[in-house]
Design a protein around this ligand. Sequence first.
Ligand SMILES: CC(C)(COP(=O)(O)OP(=O)(O)OC[C@H]1O[C@@H](n2cnc3c(N)ncnc32)[C@H](O)[C@@H]1OP(=O)(O)O)[C@@H](O)C(=O)NCCC(=O)NCCS
Length: 153
Amino acid sequence: MIELRVVDRAYGVVLSELHRECFPDGWGVASMDEVLRSPGVYAILAADGEAAAGLALGRRVADEAELLTVGVAPAFRRRGLGFALVRAVASVVPLARKLHLEVAADNPPALTLYRMMGFEQVGRRKDYYRRLDGRLVDALTFAIEPRKIAAVA
Ligand SMILES: CC(C)(COP(=O)(O)OP(=O)(O)OC[C@H]1O[C@@H](n2cnc3c(N)ncnc32)[C@H](O)[C@@H]1OP(=O)(O)O)[C@@H](O)C(=O)NCCC(=O)NCCS
């Protein structure tokens, strides 16, 4: 059974390995540790026994919250885990006014996930991401009131 739980910096290596499994330019151990030490940051790990299945990092600043990253290991995708991880990030900050995120315009799986959860697009940052091959891709910014995610689930 897959379990989600809030984890601390002690899981930095596990989170970094998982992040690199999910993203071509995933965060190394030092980068992951730096993020985990930032004020207001919290991490959620999804595990199937010993196997790390997914991660999500959020940040709370005053009454706003941000989804910093979410990733599900390829073998665990399309089972609702991405949805569950984003919902878990929102449930840690139930009093936050808004949960924000940004996503690459060329990432249909993530765009579909966020839209089906009820996130609404609030902006676009032109040429925000630079891919490993040098290609520039726009970032789309989305937001939702955390309590509305629960209503969708
Ligand atoms: C995006 C990601 C987190 C989704 O994780 P997941 O566990 O597969 O997502 P879920 O199973 O919760 O999917 C929920 C819904 O999102 C949509 N979705 C997810 N993956 C999709 C895909 N590959 N193609 C189309 N729709 C997709 C579907 O509507 C899906 O519902 P359905 O399976 O009933 O059709 C995962 O693909 C991933 O880790 N990708 C690489 C990292 C990444 O891009 N992260 C987001 C950065 S902003």
